[in-house]
Design a protein around this ligand. Structure first.
Ligand code: MF3
Ligand code: CO
Length: 261
């Protein structure tokens, strides 16, 4: 069953997702060669608690940390560690969740560490465009397959592949609600979108083949061919005519712009 959220519930979801947006922007200040992903996790946990929320992933199905930090060929669910030190030219997907006032926020951004190759930058840019194109489809009357089609079409026409095993999801009082939101699909298929549904759209796009493997830590998902993978995620409320986006990357973009000046 796909829940329809009230306007009040959507405002609470917006607050939770805005806190994730500001947490990711806070992390942007520290994402540099030499920092460990464990340090980023500590910064995120403190920031979230200072803002009256609790980490959303910590303890979820036994997950041990606040963030998922996935470097280069890691697709998602990389576990922060003192042993993972970011290097110049890496790309780092940071996925962050919170719970505030009973509602989850969930969003992800793939960051460049120092200067990355043009090849890697194109993967990141294209994946972010995939997210935007998917979000454009999150309007009343369309179907879940329209989102997947838009994402897949853009990824594959740029020579990339789409991860199939991991999907987006509904978001609310639970981190994972119905419906599943695949990043591939056919137009006009899948559940019909209605005003008040809240979903996370999260393309995971690979530079090489689409196949993935699970690491022995029980969490980390990596590309089977060890080539890079990028991941961006927004929460959106389906609305008439235009999706109501509950996440923003504008704080991150402002921080990154500051750094480049
Ligand atoms: N954004 C991820 C997802 O939607 C986060 C889940 S990580 C977990 O699946 F640790 F909480 F499982
Ligand atoms: Co998610």
């Amino acid at each position: 069953m796909i829940l329809i959220k009230t306007a009040d519930e959507i405002e609470l979801l917006r607050q939770s997702n805005m806190l994730v947006s500001t947490t990711l922007a806070e992390l942007a200040k520290f994402i540099k060669p030499g920092v460990s992903t464990e340090r980023l996790d500590q910064i995120a946990e403190a920031f979230i608690r200072d803002h009256g929320a609790v980490p959303g992933f910590l303890g979820y199905q036994g997950y041990p940390k606040t963030l998922c930090t996935s470097v280069n060929s890691e697709v998602v669910h990389g576990i922060p560690s003192e042993k993972v030190i970011l290097q110049e030219g890496d790309q780092l997907s940071v996925d962050c969740g919170v719970i505030m006032n009973g509602f989850y926020g969930d969003s992800a951004f793939s960051f460049e560490v120092g200067e990355v190759s043009a090849e890697l930058r194109r993967l990141l840019d294209t994946t972010r465009e995939c997210l935007r194109l998917g979000v454009e489809q999150a309007v009343e009357g369309k179907r879940v397959g329209d989102i997947g089609y838009a994402v897949q079409q853009h990824a594959e026409s740029n020579g990339y592949t789409v991860v199939r095993e991991m999907v987006g999801h509904g978001l609310g009082r639970h981190l994972h609600e119905a419906p599943e939101v695949p990043n591939y699909g056919r137009r006009g298929t899948g559940p019909k979108l209605k005003k008040g549904m809240v979903i996370c759209i999260e393309p995971m796009i690979n530079m090489g083949r689409r196949q993935i493997k699970q690491e022995s830590d029980g969490w980390t998902i990596r590309t089977a061919d060890n080539r890079p993978s990028a991941h961006f995620e927004w929460a959106v409320a389906v609305d008439k005519g235009k999706a109501d986006v509950l996440t923003t990357f504008s704080y991150i973009d402002e921080e990154l712009l500051k750094q480049s000046n």
